[in-house]
Design a protein around this ligand. Structure first.
Ligand code: FAD
Length: 394
């Protein structure tokens, strides 16, 4: 027998669950809501972890989605520091760390993503960090204070953002990346080159086309070695080698899970009716793109959490929001992007590349597959609408 019943069980204490809870209340849901997260903190936004919080300009509470008191004020039970250990979709019960069994009416998976861990020689040395949570940023910040040289592994946005933030703190940063050009996997080589130039002009060294071979050190990391023979000395390493959706609990519970995470339909409902997924753990059938989409973006976790709440209350609506992403490289460059364009056959640049205000349109045939904006928000809005409506590029 379950110990108690709740109407809505929100699994995972991140953006997706927090916004789902808020939207349920905003739409007038009166049922009980239980939000369970394994981190000690109330739900928070992760972007500052590689930017303002890592740089010491922002505090923890600035990143909280809601103040801690908001949950009680809105009748939402927030259980932090607890895992949901198991879920029985047929009996509609969940086992919570500590032994409690809860039965639920509807549920949301907002379990997020886990960083990819690099298992190479020397990976056990001290001073090799990953970045997902506040605690990781605290550890990096503390060690960076006494460090002279930091190596970032990975040329995507985490590696580039952290390099920018720490360089602005006076630390010498070197990025070692598999891609030839920074950020080129998302934005192509030309736009990537523009961002890489920005990084290099502020003193970041970039080694592209390199595969990590080993970390050297005698208990503490002292150098990073690539397969080419490149060796870069350092006091500290931060790895940004991508994430994978955290679909472990869903998989154990027998829900459909694919390479992009928990398999959802166009309404964000999983293979089990009444159980939804949102954010980094979710892969959904996109009516906008005509294919399955999985992205790990702050705005998407928020929008999907909100959308899942509406569907829990009977809206039965397809998720039609065009995914949006932003990133900042210290105060040297800010980018916004809508898409995602996994493939494109043509790029159209508009604006003033040298002046640092431009957009890049990624086209597949006449279709807009994505758009990057550096300081051109009106074009981003236009691109978003064209992607949503399938309007040909003119
Ligand atoms: C350093 C960093 C910088 C970023 N910067 C940007 C940016 O600039 N722009 C952008 O668009 N995106 C950015 N992102 C991505 C963005 O933060 C994520 O897309 C967003 O946090 C996803 O929210 P979520 O709710 O899906 O998952 P998460 O924020 O990962 O939250 C999921 C939570 O669920 C918990 N959990 C998992 N399983 C269980 C379980 N069984 N029981 C209980 N709890 C569980 C996890 O521990 C985690 O706390 C950044 C991410 C990181 C890490």
């Amino acid at each position: 027998m379950p110990d108690r019943e709740v109407d809505f069980l929100l699994i995972g204490g991140g953006m997706a669950s927090a916004h789902c809870a808020a939207e349920l209340r905003r739409r007038g849901a009166e049922g009980s809501i239980l939000l369970v997260g394994r981190e000690p903190e109330p739900p928070y936004e992760r972007p500052p972890i590689s930017k303002g919080y890592l740089g010491g300009d922002e505090g923890r509470e600035d990143a909280h989605v809601n103040p801690a008191s908001w949950y009680e004020e809105n009748g939402i039970e927030l259980l932090t520091g607890k895992n949901v250990l198991g879920l029985d979709p047929e009996a509609r019960t969940a086992k919570i760390q500590g032994g409690e069994e809860v039965s639920f009416g509807q549920a949301l998976f907002g379990t997020g993503a886990m960083v990819n861990i690099l298992r190479v020689e020397g990976a056990e040395n001290e001073g090799i960090h990953y970045l997902r949570a506040f605690g990781n940023a605290d550890a990096i910040r503390a060690e960076a204070e006494g460090a002279e040289r930091v190596v970032l592994i990975g040329g995507s946005y985490i590696g580039c953002e952290v390099a920018a933030t720490l360089t602005a703190q006076g630390v010498q940063c070197t990025i070692i990346a598999m891609e030839d050009v920074a950020l080129s996997r998302s934005f192509g080589a030309d736009a990537g080159r523009w961002f890489q130039d920005r990084l290099e002009s502020h003193g970041v060294a970039f080694h592209g086309g390199e595969t990590l071979s080993a970390f050297e050190g005698d208990g503490r990391v002292g150098a990073v070695i690539a397969e080419s023979g490149l060796s870069v000395e350092c006091d500290l390493v931060v790895v940004g080698a991508g994430v994978k959706p955290d679909a472990m609990l869903a998989q154990r519970a027998g829900l459909a899970v694919g390479p992009g995470g928990i398999v959802c339909d166009s309404k964000l409902q999983t293979s089990v009716p009444g159980i939804y997924a949102a954010g980094d753990c979710c892969s959904y059938e996109s009516v906008v793109h005509g294919r399955r989409v999985h992205v790990e973006h702050w705005d998407v976790a928020m929008q999907q959490g909100i959308h899942a709440a509406a569907n829990m209350l009977g809206a039965e609506a397809d998720y039609e929001v065009v995914p949006y992403f932003f990133s900042d490289l210290a105060d040297w460059a800010s980018m916004e992007y809508v898409g995602p364009a996994h493939e494109w056959d043509r790029e159209v640049w508009r604006g003033d590349r040298e002046g640092g205000e431009f957009s890049v349109w990624y086209l597949q045939g006449e279709r807009v597959a994505g758009c990057l904006s550096v300081g051109r928000p009106e074009e981003l809005a236009q691109a978003r609408q064209m992607i949503a409506e399938g309007t040909p590029f003119a």
